[in-house]
Design a protein around this ligand. Structure first.
Ligand SMILES: O=P(O)(O)OC[C@@]1(O)O[C@H](CO)[C@@H](O)[C@@H]1O
Length: 325
């Protein structure tokens, strides 16, 4: 079983533009489509679609349309009541497959909500193989909250994956994060830009150019990721956009790439990659195969519109090649 936490869930609104995105213009779109989202919700949806039990833990107002959508999808979830509705995150989709995302700050979490989420996580984690702490932290939450949750979850025996960004990521596994291994996740899933910021190749918030260089040079990216392994993170799964993904552990580094595809929307690709990795790990696959299944899931997501997530019918494992670096 896999448990996910989405501290900052969102209703993802896909706005399919009739033409290219033009600043300052009046644009026409087809009807917008809403999907329940947030990174942990997405991971749970892909894991459940893959035939494994997934439980999504999240904050939610009892009348939140997001919770209604989760019920309609039959996604097992535990919602900790809060006073505000979830944010709406916009995806502006251009006909050529370019997506522009506008993510809102989200509903604040007060001390009671944070304690409720931590308690729900501990309860669910007791029977789980993995807990994934996914996405940004909403207003009112300290940057080091994920690290503290990782430490609290140790006693449950579940392994913990973290996929976040910005200050929360640096506080979890950056050079100044607590070096105590109990607070470090078992699995970290940065993209190339986040990896550059985590490893000092770029200043916080300025990882774009260095990230692009790492995407083009998987060996350099693997070297950067290995510094995180030296810091005490057991497994680093780095997504490299169209260049596939890397898996780095103390035992070595692997790079996997999918045959080229035509991207429709990259939203949810990272979450699908993580879900694919976890599904393969639950199946007992070795490193290279876990990475291949991860990349196959991420690439499947890229070929689906908006926040639509892949099921096994979309995943083409045989189009992925893996090499040991
Ligand atoms: O603002 P965050 O939490 O970093 O990201 C939120 C988000 O962009 O992540 C998912 C895709 O990965 C979407 O469902 C959602 O809108």
């Amino acid at each position: 079983m896999i448990v996910t936490l989405t501290a900052n869930p969102s209703l993802d609104r896909l706005v399919p533009l009739a033409g290219p995105l033009e600043r300052g213009a009046v644009l026409r779109s087809a009807a917008a489509v809403d999907q329940p989202g947030g990174k942990g919700v997405n991971v749970a949806r892909v894991v459940a679609a893959g035939g494994r039990t997934a439980v999504a833990v999240l904050p939610g107002h009892p009348d939140d349309p997001l919770l209604l959508a989760l019920r309609e999808l039959h996604l097992v979830h535990r919602a900790v009541p809060i006073a505000a509705h979830s944010r709406v995150n916009l995806t502006l989709a251009e006909p050529d497959g370019t997506t522009t995302k506008v993510n809102a700050p989200g509903a604040p979490l007060d001390a009671g909500a944070r304690a409720g989420l931590a308690e729900a996580l501990r309860r669910e984690a007791a029977g789980a193989r993995w807990v994934a702490l996914s996405g940004s932290l909403p207003p009112g939450v300290d940057d080091d909250w994920y690290g503290r949750l990782v430490a609290q979850l140790r006693s449950t025996g579940a392994r913990v994956a973290v996929d976040t960004s910005g200050a929360a990521l640096l506080a979890t596994a950056g050079p100044d994060a607590p070096s105590s291994s109990t607070a470090l996740p078992d699995l970290l899933k940065p993209n190339a830009e986040e990896l550059a910021e985590l490893t000092g190749l770029a200043a916080p918030g300025r990882g774009g150019a260095a990230g692009a260089e790492l995407e083009a040079d998987p060996v350099a990216a693997a070297e950067a990721a290995s510094t995180l392994v030296e810091r005490g993170v057991e497994t680093v799964l780095v997504t490299l956009g169209g260049a596939g993904a890397l898996l780095v552990t103390a035992d070595g580094a692997w790079h996997a790439v999918h045959e080229p595809v035509t991207p429709v929307s990259t939203v949810g690709a990272g979450d699908s990659t993580l879900a694919g990795y976890l599904l393969a790990e639950l199946d007992g696959a070795a490193e290279a195969e876990r990475l291949a299944v991860a990349v196959a899931h991420g690439t499947a997501a890229v070929q689906l519109p908006g926040s639509t997530l892949p099921g096994p019918e979309h995943v083409q494992r045989d189009r992925v090649t893996t090499r040991r670096l």
